[in-house]
Design a protein around this ligand. Structure first.
Ligand code: AGP
Length: 626
């Protein structure tokens, strides 16, 4: 989704702005632009297409300004084109603005401004912002104010008129060497260093410059020069703010010899799982979450848990539901955030709502969280990004600590979310006093002990490394299947949740249509689509369901399907085209192993098709608009 970069310091701004935009490329975009200011004049370079196209624009190499703003646009209002690219000017070319988010009332604001004589040159919602700023600037009566103060007031007044979401940067010849920024429901961070300050829509884009950040809050504005940053609310009351030191290493956001970020992130999983578990879980000790202060009395009073998220994070939530219900015996529902926020869910102070988001900036997830808080529920955020919006809105936060995830297709964030759910469910189970009893894990009445589950969690990195060593068969399958138009993913119980994630990965980066089904549901309709040669991938890790799933696979084989089975079960006496063996593990956390062959499968299919694995078409890493 759109990306923002800004710089104010002593260096040539254009190079830094371009480097920042390149670092944000993974978010997804279709046009890009920068603006710097020199000799009292704003110079804008923008066009549709890739960031590097800006380097070829007339005059780019002559830009000398030492501060400026930059943007990658992911089209929402108006097609990708030069006119619709940011930065946008007001009619008098006095204010240049870049904007992330969506202005929901832009039609009304456009009509208001048009009546005052303003003209619009793009189809964007953004163009109302510089013109509103100009409108307020020219109507400010206090003559004793400096131009910067008047601009700040005009920006504050303009933002009060905006409905929807925004992160903005504003420059103007009226306020030399200064950038004004503001945000509401769209991320913006300020990276700070002596004698220079940086702005970005996410932290990894600035990690090569600094590890010290200010995280802007909703309805907050900042006036930034090279050696000062002042914070205001929209009524222009000044306040101070603490710096947050971010421990991520800049090299963690680089490819380190891998062909693509996605492949690197898949292979990082033994380590990211280790980081997520950290010192939280040890054998023969209660789970210890330093960052979570939930009391047993509160938990005993809870009669329902909602897990709310989007996409892959929601799929991690599906595993979380199984873990929480089995280990804590609390009914748990999983909701898609974009549905949850509009379905008037039944929530009260006995409901715990858990929000899962790698980026912590997903607009629907944040909106759903706010809704449940308003309805009296406590909220717990699971995020990978320190200080992200969701973590600032929630009552409680736990971090996955998986390190930066750059590829649009989420891989290591998913496995870290799942393992964090496992550790959290054990923690809740211990708080609720179930630690000594056996936990029933399936309808056969099979049980596990929490200590055995802990042991399996501790051994996960070793087992993941084994899965990652066996890629030959997956590569072979990908070579044979990459021209397919449709595929099926099947599983029962927890394996069905993995089927869903495998299907999503395939769609995202291989552009192959696929369906994920509970294997037992096949006969109720979708089996009509099974015909000679279709590829069906099944996940089979739960012994209590193995025979049933095998029968369902036989049904598709009879109808001519080519089959791949990902399993840790004994399949003697059965023949499938491909069998990917994974190590045995407690079925409650088997998705952490069984998803990996599916991640690799979609990766290799995408490579066979010659696609851009890290930046799939139409997708954005963090979906900051509704
Ligand atoms: C995952 O591969 C997807 N790109 C997408 O479904 C993603 O998981 C979803 O948009 C949620 O993002 P979040 O975890 O940052 O909230």
């Amino acid at each position: 989704m759109c990306g923002i970069i800004g710089y104010v310091g002593n260096k040539k701004a254009s190079n830094i702005l371009i480097d920042g935009l390149l670092a944000l490329e993974y978010r997804g975009y279709d046009s890009a632009g920068i603006a710097t200011l020199e000799n009292n004049e704003i110079k804008i370079m923008k066009d549709k297409g890739r960031v590097k196209n800006i380097l070829d624009l007339d005059g780019y190499d002559k830009l000398q300004g030492t501060y400026g703003i930059a943007h990658t646009r992911w089209a929402t209002h108006g097609k990708p084109s030069k006119e619709n690219s940011h930065p946008h000017f007001d009619n008098s070319n006095t204010f240049a603005v870049v904007h992330n988010g969506i202005i929901e009332n832009y039609n009304e604001l456009r009509a208001f401004l048009a009546e005052k004589g303003y003209t619009f040159y793009s189809q964007t919602d953004t163009e109302v912002i510089p013109n509103l700023i100009h409108y307020y600037y020219t109507n400010i009566e206090e003559t004793d104010k400096s131009d910067t103060d008047k601009t700040l007031r005009a920006v504050a007044e303009a933002t009060k008129d905006l409905k929807g979401s925004y992160a903005i940067e504003v420059i103007s010849p009226l306020m030399p060497n200064t950038i004004i920024v503001g945000r509401k429901d769209s991320p913006l961070v300020i990276g700070t260093k002596s004698d220079e300050n940086y702005i970005a829509s996410d932290i990894p884009a600035l990690l090569t410059y600094t590890k010290d950040f200010y995280l802007l809050n909703d309805n907050e504005l900042a006036v930034i020069t090279k050696d000062s940053i002042s914070f205001y609310n929209t009524d222009l009351e000044k306040h101070s703010k603490n710096i947050k030191n971010i421990e991520w290493d800049a090299s963690a956001a680089e490819k380190n010899g891998y062909e693509d970020y996605m492949l690197k992130e898949i292979f990082e999983q033994p380590n990211s799982i280790r980081e997520t578990v950290g010192s939280r879980l040890k054998l023969n000790e209660p789970v210890n979450f330093d960052d979570l202060d939930i009391k047993p009395e509160y938990l005993k009073n809870i009669n329902k848990i909602f897990i709310v998220a989007c996409g892959t994070a929601m799929h991690a939530g599906l595993v979380g539901k199984v873990l929480l219900e089995k280990l804590c015996k609390i009914p748990t529902e999983v909701d898609i955030a974009s549905e949850f926020r509009y379905r008037d869910p039944i929530i009260d102070d006995k409901t715990l709502c858990i929000y899962v988001s790698q980026s912590g900036e997903t607009a629907d997830t944040i909106a759903a969280l706010k809704l449940s808080r308003e309805k009296g529920a406590k909220t717990l955020a699971i995020s990978n990004v320190i200080g992200s919006s969701i973590t600032r809105e929630a009552d409680y936060t736990i971090y996955t600590h998986a390190g930066p995830e750059i590829a649009v297709a989420s891989t290591k964030a998913y496995t870290s979310q799942v393992v964090l759910f496992a550790v959290l469910a054990i923690h809740f189970s211990e708080l609720l006093g179930y630690s000594d009893s056996d936990i029933t894990i399936n309808s056969n009445g099979d049980t596990i002990k929490l200590e055995d589950l802990k042991n399996d969690i501790i051994n996960l990195p070793k087992k993941l490394a084994i899965v990652l060593e066996n890629t030959d068969l997956i590569k072979e399958f990908a070579e044979n299947a990459y021209t397919e138009k449709d595929m099926f993913f099947l599983g029962r119980g927890i394996d069905e949740t993995v089927a869903k994630e495998g299907s999503l990965k395939l769609k995202e980066i291989s552009y192959i249509h696929s369906e994920a089904y509970a294997a037992g549901e096949l006969k109720h309709g979708p089996i009509a689509l099974i015909e000679n040669g279709i590829h069906v991938i099944s996940i089979l890790t739960d012994e209590s369901l193995a025979k049933k799933t095998i029968s369902n696979i036989q049904e598709v084989i009879t109808r001519g399907a080519k089959t791949m089975v990902i399993t840790n079960q004994n399949l003697e006496g059965h023949t499938f085209d491909y069998v990917i063996e994974i190590p045995k593990i407690c079925p409650l956390i088997s998705p952490i192993l069984s998803v990996v062959p599916l991640q690799l499968l979609s990766y290799y299919i995408s490579k066979n098709k010659g696609l851009d694995v890290d930046k799939p078409r139409n997708l954005a890493k963090s979906v900051t608009v509704e």
